[in-house]
Design a protein around this ligand. Structure first.
Ligand SMILES: Cc1ncc(C[n+]2csc(CCOP(=O)(O)OP(=O)(O)O)c2C)c(N)n1
Ligand SMILES: [Mg+2]
Length: 662
């Protein structure tokens, strides 16, 4: 006899309790409350094949309530993914085990995205649903036709980013997106009544979502709701009424089950209540067999999909699109044309020009901006808006939703088949930062086009002028921050960002910059991260290290010093991360490791000097801005902060005198 759905669900409950108990750490409440809904999803609705976890037309499942990671690990184990093994589950949350505290996409196939920071799972799912519709428009139903399912908790729905994500999904009419809300009335502090009285259903409906309610503890009722969601052309919110920690007789329905082990007595009582074996980590054979059989359901779908792929005549194109490798064949012809006609230009405009070539050559790019299209220069003439009427479009008007945009881009990048780039002002990376961090952690190839990258943006003043942003972003692991100095560097940095397996930030100017790279190079010089743009004419006393718009200024200062017989190199440093990764000999050639009495290193960047000691040494000179900016014309602001060739040359000679440098 086939085990009941409740027994299948109780296998999840048992594993969640045991794993959390063994680790004495973790969150049993959520998996226990949502076990029936998850069982309905994975035995009846979600399209997946554990033997081929990267099958492109699989449904995407996102556990936005990432603290309930044991729900996902149990599902992957029960349905027959290679990992986690039962041993992995026994090592839940332990060093070296793929069953990390929160689900991490880089740990195991089957984990689509990294979740834990509440709200971002839902927001990333919006991006996955966008990518699905876009690829569907490009390749048709035969090759791309899947859903994005999400389990989200009260926390995911309270977070600010939820409002951005829900607004965007409703606007884009992403009918393939289905969010199951674990409506258990509990968060860490206790009842949701402590902090919430909004009508969530009304909010989603006002945002043009379809909503439906069900008993989250009844798999059949959940299935009914899912079928209704499928039938509606809007994105769906399924309100699943549940009880947190369901089955734990003394603790269920309370915050006590949210984030700690239930304790041996309560686990024993729960197992009795749920009629499951006392033996830790044991799943009855008939239950495991049934789960594994359900896990094989998708193999048929996948085989049929494979046949369609073979017959499509677009197999190679489709697979290469999905594998994400891009060529930089566009770069050389673009640079040849650029070098033939050099003029002063803002790097944001240079970025737009490069993008004209990129978007023509690489069909996978999808651009966008958080309502600053004309300022970020992100929309090229050769791409159309992506709208519900035309999902094939390649430009998204994200609205004023920096965080939502960035999280959606993570989802798009992780879905695969598309390369998202999106813009706002550099200062508003603060609004996007939690998603940028997840781009980095997940190694999602998202390209952030962040313009107005300094006081050079002028009159908008200190609220809009980034100061600490560049350095704080450089501090983030697995993120490449580029600050190109002219149009050639901008194109080179774009090429690097597109080739990278990590996210990148392009920090670009509003103001025009003089061309500095005026001759063709035999290689992409920005790939080194930093390189000598100008060598000292006189005996070298100074090495300027500058980025972006300040390279031109450092060049001016170097010229003035040379006129006084003081030799000065100028190093352009568009990407410190890349420079740091160069071999020691290269780094020492560019920045020789000598005492500051012999050669003084001077950093020049229109932002905080914090951290530049890394390149100037503690006794070097750091020129920057260690306060908030000013509302003034760009030129006046630069002058006010002493960032002019004259003032810098003067500061350098004063400093040399003071330090007794000859
Ligand atoms: C952005 C963010 N803030 C705070 C937390 C810490 N946190 C983890 S779970 C949680 C409560 C979530 O409540 P709910 O989503 O209802 O989950 P449940 O208790 O029902 O499992 C909090 C505050 C987090 N993970 N992410
Ligand atoms: Mg809750």
């Amino acid at each position: 006899m086939q085990p009941t759905t409740r027994r299948l669900a109780n296998a999840i409950r048992g594993l969640a309790m045991d794993a959390v108990e063994a680790a004495n750490s973790g969150h049993p409440g959520m998996p226990m409350g949502m076990a029936d809904a998850a069982t309905a999803l994975f035995t009846r609705h979600v399209k997946y094949d554990p033997a081929h976890p990267f099958w492109p037309d699989r449904d995407r499942f996102v556990l936005s309530a990432g603290h309930g990671s044991m729900l996902l690990y149990a599902l992957l184990y029960l349905t027959g993914y290679e990992r986690p093994t039962i041993d992995d589950i026994k090592h839940f949350r332990q060093l070296g085990s793929p069953t990390a505290g929160h689900p991490e996409n880089f740990e195991m196939p089957g984990i689509e995205v990294t979740t834990g920071p509440l709200g971002q799972g839902v927001a990333m799912s919006v991006g996955m649903a966008i990518a699905e519709r876009h690829l569907n428009a490009t390749y048709g139903d035969d090759l791309v036709d899947h859903h994005t399912y999400v389990i989200a908790g009260d926390g995911c729905l309270m977070e600010g980013v939820n409002h951005e994500a829900v607004g965007l999904a409703g606007h884009l009419q992403l009918g393939r997106l289905i969010v199951l809300w674990d409506d258990n009335n509990i968060t860490i502090d206790g009842s949701t009544e402590l902090s919430r009285n909004e009508d969530i259903i009304a909010r989603y409906e006002a945002s043009k979502w379809h909503t439906v309610e069900c008993d989250g503890l009844d798999a059949d009722d959940v299935s009914r709701a899912i079928r209704e969601a499928h039938a509606d052309s809007r994105p769906s919110l399924i309100r699943c009424k549940t009880i947190i920690g369901f089955g734990a007789p003394h603790k269920q329905g309370t915050a006590a089950t949210h984030g700690s082990a239930l304790g041996a007595d309560e686990v024993a009582a729960a197992k009795k209540e749920l009629d499951i074996s006392e033996e830790p980590f044991s799943v009855p054979e008939d239950v495991l067999t049934a789960w594994r059989t359900f896990g094989k359901r998708g193999a048929v779908d996948r085989a049929q999909w494979n046949e369609r792929l073979e017959a499509s005549g677009r197999k190679d194109e489709f697979l290469s699109r999905l594998n994400g490798k891009v060529s930089d064949a566009w770069l050389k012809p673009y640079l040849d044309k650029l070098l033939a006609d050099l003029k002063p230009i803002a790097t944001r405009k240079a970025s737009e020009n490069a993008l004209e070539a990129i978007n023509a050559a690489i069909p996978a790019t999808i651009g966008g901006s958080a309502d600053l299209t004309g300022s970020n220069n992100t929309k090229t003439k050769n791409i159309e808006p992506l709208t519900p009427e035309n999902y094939g479009g390649r430009y998204i008007y994200y609205g004023i939703r920096e965080f939502g945009m960035s999280a959606a881009m993570n989802g798009m990048a992780l879905h695969g088949g598309v390369i998202p780039y999106g813009g706002t002002f550099l200062v508003f990376t603060d609004y996007a930062r939690p998603a940028i961090r997840l781009s980095a952690l997940q190694r999602a190839r998202v390209i952030y086009v962040m313009t107005h990258d300094s006081i050079g943006l002028g009159e908008d003043g200190p609220t809009h002028q980034p100061i600490e942003h560049l350095q704080s972003l450089r501090a983030m692991p697995q993120l490449e921050v580029y600050r190109p100095a002219d149009a050639v560097e901008t194109a080179e940095c774009w090429a690097l960002a597109l080739q990278s397996e990590e996210p990148s930030i392009l920090a670009l100017t509003r103001q025009n910059l003089t061309p500095l790279r005026t001759e063709a190079a035999s290689e992409n010089l920005c790939a080194r991260g930093g390189y000598r743009l100008k060598s000292a004419g006189n005996p070298r006393k100074i090495i300027f290290i500058a980025t972006g718009s300040e390279v031109e200024i450092a060049m001016g200062a170097a010229k003035l010093l040379e006129e006084q017989g003081i030799g000065a190199d100028v190093v352009s440093m568009p990407c410190t991360e890349r420079f740091d990764a160069q071999p020691r000999e290269y780094r020492e050639d560019v920045l020789p490791d000598v005492s500051n009495r012999e050669i003084l290193r001077v950093s020049v960047e229109a932002g905080t000097t914090f951290g530049w000691e890394r390149y100037t040494g503690l006794h070097g000179l750091r020129i920057g801005i260690d306060r908030f900016g000013v509302s003034a014309k760009a030129e006046d602001a630069y002058n006010y902060f002493g960032l002019t060739p004259n003032k810098i040359a003067q500061r350098v000679t004063d400093f040399m005198k003071q330090r007794g440098i000859q």
